[in-house]
Design a protein around this ligand. Structure first.
Ligand SMILES: C[S@@+](CC[C@H](N)C(=O)[O-])C[C@H]1O[C@@H](n2cnc3c(N)ncnc32)[C@H](O)[C@@H]1O
Length: 209
């Protein structure tokens, strides 16, 4: 499994872990300038830790949907080019702005990921990746709406939270429905359940079709 350039497996006190180079954000340990990327706090980190081949690169830019207070997107901005971080809740965006102070390539956007037309004038097209962790109903619809920003062979890398779609159904049944809808605009290249790091989450790697 190849990691994006700028993401490495490094030695920390507790053993080997993924890491990126940058200023610390959430109290994570830093050794020789490398910040440990905590897979328990990051679905993208867990996706790498589970060995899913994401094909993720970031030099041409990444659109990150559901940035919250910046835990994961800070690691993405450490290895990627322009990194657009969409989050619709004002409180976490305040923290995100602080995270962006150390990262000139990180652009927080207080926007609704279901309405890409509201940020299409800021976010360039032809991006390498859309990374999604929105934990809301209609996760496939969000992915489809933001497909327009990806280059032809770009990657969608998302974490689908079953309980955000329907708390009453079996996660596997929910995942099947979400994947079926996703296939209306993407070819699904791989999936992995993210337990034990994140319960009832499915990591999905896809490319536009
Ligand atoms: C699980 S948290 C994200 C955690 C973050 N990705 C991380 O690893 O650091 C999900 C976030 O998605 C945001 N969100 C949900 N629906 C959204 C939407 N339609 N547009 C933008 N953000 C949304 C929520 O406000 C919440 O902060």
């Amino acid at each position: 499994m190849s990691l994006p350039e700028g993401v490495q497996r490094r030695e920390f006190d507790g053993g080997e872990a993924l890491a990126t180079r940058g200023e610390p954000v959430y109290g994570e340990p830093v050794v020789d300038g490398w910040r440990r990327w905590d897979a328990h706090r990051s679905k993208l980190g867990a996706t790498f830790a589970h060995g899913l081949d994401t094909g993720l690169s970031g030099g041409n830019g990444v659109l990150y949907l559901g940035a919250a207070n910046g835990t994961t997107v800070s690691h993405v901005a450490d290895f990627a080019g322009p990194t657009y971080a969409v989050e619709f809740a004002p409180r976490p965006v305040r923290d995100l702005l602080e995270v962006a102070e150390d990262r000139p390539n990180l652009f927080p956007l207080l926007k609704d990921a279901r309405k890409p037309e509201t940020y299409a004038h800021v976010v360039e097209a032809g991006l390498d990746a859309v990374v999604q962790d929105v934990a809301t109903r209609g996760q496939a619809d969000v992915a489809l709406a933001n497909r327009r920003f990806l280059r032809e062979d770009g990657r969608f890398v998302g974490a689908i939270k079953a309980r955000s779609e329907d708390v009453t159904r079996e996660p596997e049944a929910v995942f099947e429905d979400v994947l079926d809808r996703l296939r209306e605009g993407y070819e699904v290249l791989g999936t992995a359940r993210l337990e034990p790091h994140h319960d009832d989450h499915l990591a999905v790697v896809a490319t536009p079709k």
